[in-house]
Design a binder for this molecule. Structure first.
Ligand code: NAD
Length: 297
């Protein structure tokens, strides 16, 4: 593998996690963001991640300090990308921001540098034309809390050089990710291609009065031998997200989504039940009912 130095562009929630994970596994990492204020926030996030790696992975103080020391922060893109082999882009999920970013990047990046986007909702062909290097562009998609949820979905487009695809797969493994190659473009990658219809089906059952959330979760947990059902999963995602998605689709005339939005509003959102983040969702936290062995009796 020829990837030694990495640039992470955008140092928000995911960008800072990607940067720290990459540094923790021994790579030199440049971090780029638009101004000093953003970089100050990045420093706080990156420092905060040290504790996560210590608590969740048992990392030593020395290991997290060494990882932090491998990071260099920049507001100048040309300086940040100097000698970099791979750029991982984690700028906001707004097409115009990504377009402007890639247009600027392509002017200052070394010719051989690979560009990879962490976009959750776009596919590579929506961005490729702005990169100026179709054969060296692909997506590398991480999950939130990267150090424990260590999936890396690697998705190419028709023009991605197969060697570049293989190199990024190797890189993902080198930073302790489970590398998940995706050979054709697919909105939602693999995880959301499975998860979204699954969660939709669960919401339909409840909004249509077929069964209550606990019964749906019990069915899934007992039937599949797993420790969490769809409503337990929705609590982790946070209930504003599915509510807003349903509301948007309801506004464009989808009657089933209107039922779901109404259910979320009256049963959850209006009662201040927003998911794990505020300790109340379909279940109460900590120690949600579904973790009690009696739940499946
Ligand atoms: P965020 O809002 O937390 O961070 C975005 C960062 O980009 C901010 O630090 C901002 O200052 C910076 N930024 C803004 N304009 C920029 C520019 N022109 N150049 C460089 N940096 C710029 O966003 P996030 O949640 O980290 O999401 C970033 C990307 O990661 C998105 O594409 C998103 O789809 C993807 N993603 C997010 C999650 C998640 O759970 N948050 C999970 C997987 C993938």
């Amino acid at each position: 593998m020829d990837i030694n130095k990495v640039l992470v562009a955008g140092s928000g929630v995911l960008g800072s996690q990607i940067a720290f994970q990459t540094a923790f596994y021994g790579f030199k990492v440049s971090v780029y963001d638009i101004n000093e204020e953003a970089l100050e926030k990045a420093k706080e996030r990156l420092t905060g991640l040290k504790a996560n790696y210590q608590e969740d992975l048992g990392a030593t103080q020395e290991a997290v300090d060494t990882a932090y020391d491998r990071l260099s922060l920049y507001t100048n893109l040309a300086e940040a990308v100097k000698d970099v082999d791979l750029v991982i882009e984690a700028v906001p999920e707004v097409i115009d921001i990504k377009k402007a970013f890639y247009e600027n990047l392509s002017k200052v990046a070394p010719q051989n540098t690979i560009f990879a986007s962490n976009s959750s909702t776009m596919i590579p062909s929506q961005l490729v034309e702005f990169t100026g290097r179709p054969e060296k562009f692909l997506h590398l998609h991480f999950a939130n809390r990267i150090w424990v949820n260590n999936t890396a979905e690697i998705m190419k487009h028709e023009g991605t050089d197969p060697k570049v695809f293989e190199e990024v797969i190797e890189f993902a493994k080198a930073i302790n990710m489970i590398a998940l190659p995706i050979h054709k473009e697919q909105p939602g990658y693999i995880l959301n291609s499975l998860l979204v219809p699954f969660l939709d089906a669960a919401q339909n059952l409840v909004a249509n009065g077929i069964a209550d959330p606990e019964t749906v979760d019990k069915t899934w947990m007992a039937g599949m031998g797993v420790n969490r059902g769809p409503f337990g999963v929705l609590d982790i995602i946070g209930l504003n997200t599915p509510y807003n998605i349903a509301l948007q689709k309801a506004k464009s005339g989808n009657e089933q989504k209107a039922k779901i939005a109404e259910y979320f509003k009256t049963e959850l959102i209006d009662k201040g039940r927003l998911g794990i983040q505020n300790g109340k969702g379909f279940y109460d936290y900590p120690n949600p009912k579904y973790e009690d062995p009696k739940f499946l009796k």
